[in-house]
Structures are given as C-alpha cells and as structure tokens.
Design a protein around this ligand. Structure first.
Ligand code: NAP
Length: 461
C-alpha cells in the first residue's frame, strides 16, 4: 500500500500517518523529517538560513527521491503547491487530502515551534493560506477526509477503510449499474464502465472522471485523459456521460463518487446552478467547463478562456474582434480583455452582442462593422465553417497581412477561414490550440500536475 497524506499544518498528517502506517504494516515517512535529516537542521532553522525558497528546493529534492516501495508518506503543508512535487507524489500512490476548519487547525498548531509564513496573526494566516492553497490541495488529492471532529486514531481507521473498500458504497455501485443501462453512454463504453465498477473490490482506490455533454460522442477527451492518466501513473478511469439531462449525469457522478467532470455543450451554463463553489472566472463568464468534487462539495472552473488567452499572449493590447455572442464568444471576450485588448463583439443577432459587451464593458456591433474596425486580431466563435458547413464568416478582402486569425472551430482543423487567412499572409491559429491549452489547464485542476503542451498535442494526434 502506498499512500500520501497532504493538507495544511495541523490537519493530522503526522499523527494519523504514524497510526495508519502501523495499521497497514508499512513504513512511515515524513518529508519534513527527511528534509531535516538531509539538511542537518530543524525546519525553522532552514527557513531562517535559506528562507522559504531554499526550503522548497530541499523539499523538491526529497520528494523526487522518496522510496518507491510501500509506505505512508506525510508531506509538508506547502508541498503540493509545486506541480513537480505532485507529479512525483502521485505516481503509483493514492493521495489523501486531510482537511480541517481554521479554528481546529489554530487550536492544534498554536503551541508548535514552526515559524509563521506571514506577518498576519495566526488565525488570519491560516484562513489566508487555506484560501490561497485550496485549489492546489483539491487538485492533488484522490480522496478527501475531514479531520476536524475526528481523533488521529479515528482518521487512521477511516483512511484504512477507504483504501480497502473504496469510496463508492455497494448501493452506489448498484444504482450506478442500473443508471448506466438506462443512460445514453455508448454500449461498448457502458460495458467497460460496468467492468470497472465490478472490479472496484480488487482496485478500491480507482477514481472516476468524465465528460458531461449531449452530444458528447464526438469528444476526444476520453482518449486524451486515458493516455494522460496512464502516462502519469494515476489510477483513474474517464467516462463519457452522454445524456440530455445534466441532473441525471450529476446523480450518476455522485453514485460513482466521481472526482472531476469536463463539461461541454449544452451544460456549461446550467452546471453553474448545480455547484457549490464557482470560481471568479466562471462566474464572470457565466459558464464552467470543469467541475471538481471533494468531501461532498463541488468546485467549478472555466479553462476555455485560458485556452484562448494562452494562444494569444503575443497579441497583448491590440484591437480585436470576436465573431459570435454565444458561450465560446464570452470566453473569448473575457480572454482578450484579460490581455488588455480593445474588444468588439460582432454578432448577427445584435441584441446578444450588446448583452455580452455590456457584461464585460466592451463594444458591440453587427458583422458588417468589421470593415470599419480593421482589427489586428479576430476570433471566430461562430460555428460557421464547422463540418459539413463550408462557409467562412469573413471574405478574402477582409483579411490582410499581419492580422491574427484564431478560428475556434476545430473540425476540420484547417477551416475555409483559416485557409483564406493563410493565403492572405495572416498569422493563423487553429481551434485545436484552444482545446489543447484548455485541456492542459483542466488536467492541472483534475490532478495538480502540469502536462506539457507538446505531450497533449502528440496524444491528440
Ligand atoms: P453557441 O453558444 O451556440 O453560439 C453560437 C454563436 O454563433 C451565436 O452567437 C450565433 O449567433 C452565432 N452563429 C451561429 N450560426 C451562425 C451563422 N450561420 N452565421 C453567423 N453567426 C452564427 O455556440 P458556442 O458554444 O459559443 O460555440 C461556437 C463555436 O465555437 C462552435 O463552432 C464550437 O465548435 C467552437 N468551440 C470550440 C472550442 C475549442 O476547444 N476549440 C470550444 C468551445 C467552442 P446568434 O446569436 O445570432 O444565434
């Protein structure tokens, strides 16, 4: 058994970790103790001598060279802020996040010798760091355990049970099996999923992720995530939830204690009403494409806008036009504005363009306004040019050398708009770039690991 305990100071990693190791009959390792051994000094002395940066460097070295055999590994509270550490910790191990409320943590750590990391008072520092680190903790974990009202012994026994029996109760498995039979999950994938559920007894720490959409049969996320999980040694299975009802998908996800969902058309807006904690970006855009579940709570994010922003980093501050005023256009406008661009949303139904522009404080108009603006950057967020359509939202005359044209349509990869833009001397960016970059950010939310872009590109073929 290989288990990693992560979480804030005072959540019980060391105390419960020792007891859990004894219960499982495996060695216990504390990364802070290993760092002290390596440096020949106490943690507070290391902080005093080389600061937090020097400590984190030592921590990375220790985590990269942890014993690969069975064991319970307790980590320092800030260890999982580094995606590199998370990658090492997760490989072939189950990561359990220990959580506790700020008051409990304060009570537990008040009298310890560890130095504060900020100049705030202790309670304020705990609250601040819990909020800053929240997403890193949620992402890096396979399972979440609240230790606030449990003794170290109870925590150890509880984790042992989760590791041996899994987090999906028998009734959940039975309910899920019935729901799968009635859902739109394709037959072959449904069979595979039932096999995975049936095998939970042999592999109780298997975790489920999936894509929620309708239709979702075209989604390439299942193939991509299967490769990413396998490459990074993560014990997880990715499901295609193909169902016209979001609430049915969410019920099935709850039965299977799903860890994360990629959310696609038509649920990106609707899902916001169903989650407990939408982040600031998805609230501003009005849509989410990523949901994480932990300890009975759900957390929503939007990585679509990041996929657009990251492909256009070189274009900061320029004049830009977004064609369309739907969900993808909202993510595009938000991304372009975050890059300090002067943005105009153009749409055939001008009222929708006006509503979107009013939300973000940018300009709006109808498609023929394009010629007056002559933007340096244009993002097509309409489905024009998507197979089998062969149209283009712009004519050859509207494109000029030096213009950057980003077509969010990704089937076909080279749309009629991009073909024309290339021949007009424009910089062209294909829609798959958005998918690849949003998937990189989503995988980071799902696992805490940074998968390189070139790896995702290769996996996408
Ligand atoms: P949506 O919410 O349905 O919005 C579509 C927008 O396009 C609407 O503003 C609509 O105008 C406009 N439109 C539709 N047909 C049009 C036509 N024939 N001529 C002119 N305008 C038209 O769709 P969405 O979710 O934003 O998706 C838009 C496109 O982005 C799709 O092609 C999708 O494949 C692509 N996309 C790509 C990625 C990626 O990863 N690359 C991710 C998400 C979306 P009205 O308001 O007048 O109806």
């Amino acid at each position: 058994m290989k288990v990693v305990l992560i979480g804030f100071r005072g959540t019980g990693k060391t105390a419960a970790g020792h007891l859990l190791a004894r219960l499982l009959g495996v060695p216990f390792y504390d990364t802070d103790a290993l760092i002290e051994e390596k440096a020949g000094a106490h943690v507070h002395e290391i902080f005093g001598a080389v600061g937090e940066e020097g400590f984190r460097k030592l921590e990375r070295e220790v985590i990269a060279t942890l014993p690969s055999g069975p064991g319970v590994f307790a980590t320092g509270g800030g260890a999982v802020l580094s995606p590199e550490n998370v990658e090492h910790l997760r490989r072939g191990r189950t990561v359990v996040l220990l959580q506790a409320d700020a008051a409990t943590i304060e009570k537990r750590i008040r009298d310890t010798a560890r130095p504060p990391l900020t100049t705030m008072g202790l309670r304020a520092e705990i609250q601040h760091l819990l909020s800053v680190r929240r997403d890193a903790y949620l992402s890096a974990a396979d399972m979440c355990v609240d230790t606030s009202a449990r003794s170290a012994n109870e925590v150890a026994i509880h984790i042992k049970r989760l590791l041996e029996e899994g987090t999906v109760p028998v009734e959940g498995m039975e309910k899920a099996a019935r729901a799968i039979a009635q859902s739109g999950i394709p037959e072959q994938e449904g069979r595979e999923l039932l096999e995975k559920i049936g095998a939970i007894r042999d592999n109780p720490v298997l975790r489920f992720y999936g894509v929620a959409g309708y239709p979702s049969l075209h989604s390439r996320s299942p193939q991509l995530y299967a490769q990413l999980f396998s490459y990074f040694g993560i014990n997880a299975h990715y499901i295609r939830f193909h169902d016209p009802s979001l609430s049915r998908i969410l019920n099935l996800a709850a039965d299977l204690d799903v860890r994360g969902l990629s959310v696609t058309i038509p649920f990106k807006q609707e899902v916001l009403d169903a989650v407990d904690h939408p982040d600031e970006h998805c609230s501003a855009i009005g849509a989410a494409n990523t949901v994480l579940f932990c300890g009975g709570r759900s957390y929503a994010y939007n990585t679509d806008w990041m996929g657009i922003r990251d492909a256009l980093l070189e274009e900061k501050g320029k004049t830009a036009v977004v064609l369309g005023a739907g969900g993808a256009a909202a993510a595009a406008a938000y991304a372009l504005l975050s890059l300090g661009m002067e943005v105009t949303v153009l749409n055939r139904t001008v009222e929708k363009a006006e509503a979107l522009a009013a939300r973000f404080g940018c300009s709006s108009g109808v498609p023929r306004d394009f010629d007056r603006i002559r933007p340096a950057v244009v993002v097509n967020a309409t489905p024009v040019g998507m197979e089998p359509d062969r149209g283009s939202p712009l004519t050859r005359e509207q494109l000029f050398p030096g213009m950057t044209v980003f077509d969010l349509v990704y089937t076909p990869p080279e749309t009629p708009l991009l073909r024309m833009a290339r021949s007009a001397g424009c910089r062209v960016i294909q829609g798959r770039e958005m998918f690849i970059r949003q998937a990189q950010a989503q995988f980071r939310h799902f696992t805490g690991i940074d998968a390189p872009l070139h790896m995702i590109r290769e996996m996408m073929g």
